[in-house]
Design a protein around this ligand. Structure first.
Ligand code: PLP
Ligand code: SF4
Length: 326
């Protein structure tokens, strides 16, 4: 595990046995869950486990994290690297698709493993932590690429790095004259809020502005612990953006989306993107047709303040980037 893991307060369930023992799946489902886990990693933090109602077969939190045998069926349109990061990787750990901004993926581990993840073929607890040499090469790429004005840390989840390592990366990026803003995409504030402690806040304090895009898909993810983590980040002067994937059975109704967007703005999170599902292998049960997504977007107008309405976007195949769904 990445070096920050020992700082966690609670424990993370990482296999079918653990899910069954915690009562999150029935004993009879353990064998199937174990089969899925051989292909796609499982992680459910104690925070997320507490949010799940195991008596509700359609629980929208469970649906995001509990493995399902359907994941082993790949639909004809599903592909391993749906956002086509591969061809846009100038050095290991960097994705450069837009002229002015690029992604840095310092690791490919996450606090939780989402069953609909677009990078599910590459994320996992033992994958993708850049070596010191690879990290140095990736940071050098940012230093010698003057058109880059924003560095976006993603992964995996950069906020599970140790504060020491994260702070070193942010400080080096912040010192690059042509870099104007830094951004971090993360699920930590909702999935493992105890990590947002004084050491992490100190690591985020660099000269350049840091923004955080929080990935959350359901209002119930904004539990009291998440609310305090987000308040700590906001009080540290960090603008918070909300990022959501439109998911069948999680947030595919006007009421569920309204509740989610309201939970975001109550917690100082400005809704930014609503992503159409990327066709990663074994995720078909989450797909919502574009026409339905557009109807949901129309339903939101008038239900929530204008500033609470996200952009509804889809990644173009072959790495064309994000485009509004139309
Ligand atoms: C999504 C993405 C970004 C960020 O795009 P914004 O529209 O600025 O949020 C940057 N680079 C890559 C490769 C991306 O996929
Ligand atoms: S936290 Fe993000 S990268 Fe990690 S499994 Fe979930 S969607 Fe994928």
């Amino acid at each position: 595990m990445p070096d920050g893991d020992s700082r966690r307060q609670g424990r993370t369930l990482r296999d079918a046995r653990g899910l069954a023992e915690a009562g999150l799946i029935p004993p009879a489902a353990e064998a199937d869950a174990a089969r899925v886990a051989q292909r796609f990693a499982i992680a459910v933090t104690d925070q997320v486990a507490r949010l799940i109602d195991p008596t509700d077969a359609a629980d929208p939190i469970a649906r995001q994290y509990i493995p399902d045998l359907a994941e082993l069926d790949t639909a004809p349109h599903e592909i391993p690297d749906p956002t086509a990061d591969g061809p846009f990787t100038p050095v290991t750990g960097v994705v450069h698709r837009y002229p002015d901004r690029a992604l840095l993926k310092p690791l490919l581990a996450c606090p939780v493993y989402c069953r609909f993840c677009f990078r599910r073929e590459v994320v996992g607890p033992d994958g993708g932590l850049l070596t010191e040499a690879q990290l140095d090469a990736a940071l050098s790429w940012f230093e010698r690429t003057p058109q880059i004005r924003e560095a976006i840390l993603t992964g995996g989840d950069p906020l599970i790095l140790s504060p020491r390592r994260l702070g070193a990366i942010l400080a080096r990026l912040s010192a690059i004259p042509h870099i104007e803003t830094l951004r971090i995409h993360t699920r930590v504030p909702v999935a493992d809020p105890a990590r947002v402690d004084a050491a992490l806040l100190a690591a985020l304090e660099v000269d350049k502005p840091v923004m955080i895009a929080v990935h959350a898909n359901h209002a119930r993810e904004f539990a009291p612990e998440a609310a305090s983590a987000l308040a700590r980040l906001a009080r540290a002067g960090i603008p918070l953006l909300g990022q959501t994937v439109l998911l069948r059975g999680v947030n595919d109704s006007p009421q569920a989306l309204e509740d989610l967007l309201r939970a975001m703005i109550r917690n100082r999170v400005k809704p930014y993107y609503l992503h159409a599902l990327d066709p990663a292998p074994g995720t078909a049960r989450f797909a919502v047709p574009d026409e339905e997504g557009l109807a949901l977007m129309r339903a939101l107008r008038g239900r929530v303040p204008g500033f609470a309405i996200p952009h509804f976007v889809r990644e173009q195949p072959e790495g064309g980037g994000k485009r509004p769904v139309a």
